[in-house]
Ligand binder design. Structure first.
Ligand code: SAM
Length: 267
């Protein structure tokens, strides 16, 4: 069993260093938020609001927030993702910082943000990362500020293909924990190769390396997400679920909104 400590580097960033701008140049369109979904993310955000997007790959949302007049910060743990986004945006239009959201917030941003937004980022997390990642987002928020996180519920089509293949070959336990609902792409071996689905025009060899580097990812149902939100606790503050809005065009995908609230008297 691998244990992680607070100071362990998140090795998943190496997987995203392989992809960078290919994500928005050559990746699958449905992996990105549609115009309608971007409208949901932006709904009610006042011009000038301090907004942090987690994930430099979510370039269209960053551009929409900038056009909306928000003060935008982008955090991403992949150096290449940060560099490629900086390159793609007008100079000085927003701050792009290298940061792993499963860690405590950078000092200069702690408690300052009115909105923390991310598109299907939580789907890239293992169980521990999901808890720490939501707490990292909460740590960025000013009191009353909101997390807006879209999350795909249930299994992806490729998970289903891998599970079916693993069952056929009698090796499912090697890479899928049905109770925890965790897929481990790094342990799937040739099942991953054989179940791989295209991702736009990204080269299949690169795609395989990306998946392997993504490692363990949890799959969620609605109750899992509500429990995660309700359990978040950072320095006497927690998250109160506000709404879960269906993303019309993406199957089983919802935007979860939760507000930062005090949970302990005097905190
Ligand atoms: N659907 C998404 C989109 O439209 O961009 C892709 C999923 S997610 C937002 C992917 C991005 O999050 C990548 O740029 C990746 O480097 C970043 N990322 C993944 N895990 C992270 C972490 N723990 N901390 C910071 N950034 C992370």
């Amino acid at each position: 069993m691998t244990t992680t400590t607070e100071n362990t580097e998140n090795t998943k960033s190496a997987a995203w260093d392989l992809i960078g701008s290919l994500f928005w140049e050559s990746g699958r369109t449905t992996a990105k938020p549609s115009d309608e979904e971007i409208g949901l993310f932006l709904d009610g955000i006042p011009a000038g609001a301090r907004c942090t997007v987690i994930g430099a790959s979510t370039k269209d949302l960053v551009e929409a927030l900038l056009a909306h007049g928000a003060q935008v910060t982008v955090l991403d743990f992949s150096q290449r993702m940060c560099d490629d986004l900086r390159e793609a945006l007008p100079v000085g239009s927003c701050r792009v910082l290298r940061h792993d959201i499963t860690r405590p917030a950078p000092d200069e941003l702690r408690g300052t943000q009115q909105f923390v937004l991310n598109d299907r980022l939580v789907n890239r997390f293992s169980e521990t990362e999901a808890r720490r990642g939501l707490e990292g987002m909460l740590d960025l928020l000013a009191d009353g500020g909101q997390i807006r996180a879209s999350i795909k519920l249930g299994l992806y089509p490729m998970d289903e293909r891998m599970i079916a293949t693993g069952r056929e070959r009698g090796c499912l336990d090697r890479f899928y924990d049905a109770e925890a609902k965790v897929v481990d792409f790094s342990a799937a071996g040739d099942v991953l190769d054989d179940a791989l689905l295209p991702h736009g025009d990204i080269d299949p060899e690169l795609l395989l390396e990306w998946y392997r580097g993504r490692g363990r990812e949890q799959r969620f149902d609605h109750e899992d997400i509500i429990a995660l939100l309700e359990r978040a606790d950072v320095a006497g503050r927690g998250l109160e679920p506000v709404s879960a809005t269906e993303f019309g065009q993406a199957p089983n995908t919802r935007m979860y909104t939760a507000a930062a609230v005090a949970t302990r008297r005097g905190a």
